[in-house]
Design a protein around this ligand. Structure first.
Ligand SMILES: Cc1ncc(COP(=O)(O)O)c(C=O)c1O
Length: 411
């Protein structure tokens, strides 16, 4: 008998089928957070060590973090930034993708994906998603190609890599740049290769909720050595020498050689990142175990369909998204979110399709009807808590709450 069945509810509660939203006693007495970074002594010590060096800017720790990250992903280069968005902005510029160009990306993603394209002055073209994986559908991407298309930007959503061979074939056929939104994909693999090494270049996010974090931060990975100089220069005000190389015994003049931004990571963040990167294998093991366990346990709730990726991929298990099967419940997704929160289970939605956002409608002039699969699925989509500080018992609570809700509100 699965463990959660044994734990279902203490005696007096078991007889009460009412969800907490309907007056029942919440399954948990305290909220289970939806996402939490795992930070420990290693990060503390790494930060203190940097503080004591007196060098907080971009310096040796950043260089070390870049080398370690590139080695982990299997690319020749990595360039540390202040965010995924900064990294993707730099990449689009490095590929000379700007005004007049179109970049095809997915309709289900965080708005940052399209914002980076807008920052570069190009036009994001939102294509529809695969109804089961919820990632960019290669057929829809192909149908969106025009003479102005310069790049395809698939998003490895939830930690599942996209089927990149399909996009690689499209990119080769039409001479397009293939960029990866690997914001959620640290640790994912596709056909044995790491996310971040599957296109011409990739950007990762190291934001607090990601599989590894530097607080705020990002990392570009690429084999394109010819781009790296420009990426580094535009990352720091467009000057050709970073501060760590401008001080010391010999003074070297620096020169502003182009327009640039303030997108450079500092050594404090990199020190945290190095400690996190060393823990990534353990984090992945735990995340994948929780992911597999959710799939086993949720198989008993026919109203719910967990999202997964291609069979020849290994997920980074960043998020655990679930679709409500059409017509299976008397309540909609938003009521389900309320019901879970009433049971003290944290929730998320990743994501409402972009055309549901005013900014997207105003900027691109498109509505949800343009991407019908994304619009339908994202209205039935929610995410369950998944992080390394969760115990199996915490996870059992989530499943119990879902069982109670699914039974009570069954259609
Ligand atoms: C798919 C995706 N792309 C891009 C981003 C943006 O990352 P950042 O906040 O590091 O710029 C996120 C962050 O949540 C994301 O989930």
């Amino acid at each position: 008998m699965p463990k959660f069945v044994k734990r279902v509810l203490p005696g007096e509660l078991r007889s009460d089928p009412r969800p907490a939203l309907e007056g029942g006693t919440p399954i948990r007495s305290q909220l289970l957070s939806f996402a939490r970074p795992e930070l420990g002594r290693e990060e503390e010590e790494a930060v203190i060590e940097v503080l004591r060096t007196g060098w907080l800017g971009t310096g040796p720790r950043v260089a070390e973090f870049e080398r370690a990250f590139a080695a982990r992903v299997g690319t020749a280069h990595a360039v540390a930034t202040t965010s995924w968005t900064a990294g993707m902005h730099l990449l689009l510029r490095a590929f000379d993708i700007g005004p007049g160009a179109e970049v095809i990306t997915t309709a289900i993603t965080f708005p940052a994906t399209m914002n980076a394209v807008l920052h570069a002055g190009a036009r994001p073209v939102l294509a529809d998603v695969d109804p089961e994986r919820l990632t960019l559908d290669p057929k829809c991407a192909a149908a969106a190609i025009t003479p102005r298309t310069r790049a395809i930007l698939p998003v490895h959503l939830y930690g599942w890599p996209c089927a990149m061979d399909d996009f690689r074939a499209l990119a080769e056929r039409y001479g397009l740049v293939l960029l990866e939104d690997a914001a959620q994909a640290a640790g994912a693999t596709y056909r044995g290769r790491a996310a971040g090494s599957l296109g011409d270049a990739a950007s990762f996010s190291l934001y607090v909720t990601k599989n590894i974090t530097t607080g705020e931060g990002g990392m570009i990975t690429t084999d394109r050595g010819d781009l790296v100089g420009r990426l580094r220069i535009e990352r720091l005000h467009g000057v050709d020498l970073d501060a760590s190389k401008r001080s010391g015994h010999a003074y070297a003049h620096w020169e502003a050689v182009s327009l640039g931004w303030k997108y450079n990571m500092g050594d404090l963040a990199a020190a945290i990142g190095l400690a996190q990167l060393a823990k990534l294998p353990r984090f992945l093991e735990r995340r994948r175990a929780l992911d597999a366990r959710y799939r086993r346990l949720l198989a008993q709730i026919p109203a719910l369909a967990p999202v997964s990726g291609p069979h020849d991929a290994e997920t980074a298990a960043h998020l655990f998204p679930v679709l409500i099967r059409p017509g299976a419940l008397r309540i909609d997704r938003d009521m389900l979110l309320k019901a879970l929160l009433a049971e003290n289970v944290g929730v998320g939605v990743h994501f409402r399709a972009l055309p549901f956002h005013r900014h997207v409608r105003d900027t691109l002039g498109i509505g949800p009807e343009v991407v019908p699969v994304a619009s339908d699925t994202s209205a039935r989509l929610f995410s369950l808590p998944l992080h390394t500080l969760m115990s199996d018992d915490d996870q059992d609570d989530v499943v119990e709450a879902l069982m109670r809700i699914a039974r009570y509100y069954a259609a």
